[in-house]
Design a protein around this ligand. Sequence first.
Ligand code: ATP
Length: 290
Amino acid sequence: MIATRRGATDSTPGSRSTVVEPARGAGGPILAVRNLEVVYQDVVLVLRGVSLEVPQGEIVALLGANGAGKTTLLRAVTGLLGVHRGRVTKGSVELEGRRLSGENAASIVRRGVAQVMEGRRIFAELTVEENLRAGGFTRTRAEVRESHDRVLDLFPVLAERRRSTAGYLSGGEQQMLAIARALMAEPRVLLLDEPSLGLAPRLVEQVRDTISELNRQGVSVLLVEQNAAMALAIASHGYVMETGRVVKDGPSAELLADQDIQEFYLGVGETGRRSFRDVKSYRRRKRWSG
Ligand code: ATP
C-alpha cells in the first residue's frame, strides 16, 4: 500500500515547493530521514534539514543536480560519512522506526540496508564470483551460498561470466555486478547512486528493469538519479534536492507533469537554465515582466 504524504509549504526563500511531513501509512515507512543536517570537516554544511521517506516495498527517486547533496544523504544512511570526514550534526535516520544513525557501516548492512555506490565500484582485479562473495561479508558461508545462487538466477549474464575478471566486463555488466554484490547482503532496502550514469540507452533500460524486478521481489529502493525520466518511470514518489535541501516532492506522475521538472530534468522546452532553481526564478521573472 502506498503511504500518503501531506505537504507543507517550504518557507525557504525562492522556493514555493512542499516539504515532507512524516507519512504515517500502514506500518510507517521502512526508511525515514528526518531533518538531517550534515557537515564535512566540521565546517562545510552540506545537508540543511533534509527529510524523506521510503515506504515499505516501494521505489523512491531522489533527483538533483551535481553537488545537491544526494550522495551525502546516502552516506549518512549507510554510516559512511566518517570515511569522508563528515558527520550528522542534527536529525536522524530510522529503519522501521528504529534509529540507524550512530551505528557503524557493517551493522547497518546487517540491519538490511545496502548501497550500490556511484561509478560501479567493483573489485576490478577479482572475478565475478569473488566480487559476489565480498558482498556477503556480513553473513555466514551457508547464507552466502544461498544468496549466491539466487543472485546468479537473477543475472544470467553474470552466471555465464562467473570466472571472468570483473574489470573485463562491459559497463552494463559491471553495473549489474555492482547491484548483484549489494544483493548478496540480502538487503530489505537498496540505495542506488546513479546506476544509469555513463550507460548506453539499451543498458539503462536493462538497469531500470532489474531495479523493477528487485522491487517486485520485495526490496524497497531509494534511487538517486540524474536520469529523471528513467527514475520517475519506475518510482512511486520522487524528491528533488538542491543545495542541501528538498525543494520539491510528490508522486512520480505529478513530478513528470510538473513544468519545472520537465524543463530542467526532462529537457522539455529548453531554456538553458543551469539549475532547477534557475528554471523557477526564470519563470517568475518572465511572469513579472510579462
Ligand atoms: P554528484 O551527483 O555530483 O555526486 P551529489 O548531489 O551527490 O552530486 P554530494 O556528492 O553529496 O552531491 O556533494 C554535496 C556537496 O558536498 C558538494 O558541494 C561537494 O563538493 C561537497 N562534498 C562532498 N564530499 C565532501 C567532502 N568529503 N568534504 C567536503 N565537501 C564535500
